[in-house]
Design a protein around this ligand. Structure first.
Ligand SMILES: [Cu+2]
Length: 161
């Protein structure tokens, strides 16, 4: 899987991100955890990253902790037949052996609800990713340029307050 990881890092580099960074513990590698700068006054933000499992056993991302929000959970965005994007909580994200899973816009993401402070481009947001097998991995989400998606207006299926 070295190749895939390398390709991913190259892709990030090509898209102009100067913030490629990550963390590694045992067989699990976290690549470029980031949050696109939310709109001024936004109460929510989405975190994205790639997770590579170079081991021989599957693992599962089962939780996220951060002081940057009142709650952090795992979400999936789905498009209904009406074309409206809706998000729903997922209990875990499966990371199969030898594969790289992307948490990216329009799919899986880390949902931060109830931001405790505004997030500004260039900041680093400490967080802990919790895996069933590998345990806790400390990461820092970089706050990247805004992506133009107003996450706060999406239907989250659950009340945010
Ligand atoms: Cu969400």
């Amino acid at each position: 899987m070295r190749h895939l990881t390398f390709a991913l890092l190259s892709a990030f580099a090509l898209t102009g991100s100067a913030f490629a960074h990550g963390a590694k513990k045992d067989a699990i590698e976290i690549i470029h955890p980031h949050i696109n700068e939310p709109f001024v006054g936004a109460q929510t933000a989405a975190g994205y990253l790639a997770i590579s499992n170079e081991g021989h056993h599957a693992d599962r991302l089962i939780g996220v902790e951060t002081g940057a929000a009142k709650s952090a959970s795992l979400h999936m965005t789905e498009h209904g037949s009406d074309g409206v994007a809706r998000m729903k909580p997922v209990p875990a994200v499966e990371i199969p052996a030898g594969e790289t899973v992307l948490l990216e816009p329009d799919g899986l993401h880390v949902m931060l609800m109830g931001l405790t402070a505004p997030l500004k481009e260039g900041e680093m947001v400490p967080a802990v990713l919790i895996f069933e097998e590998t345990g806790r991995i400390e990461v820092e989400f970089s706050v990247d340029p805004a992506d133009g998606i107003d996450h706060s207006t999406m239907d989250h299926g659950t009340p945010s307050n």
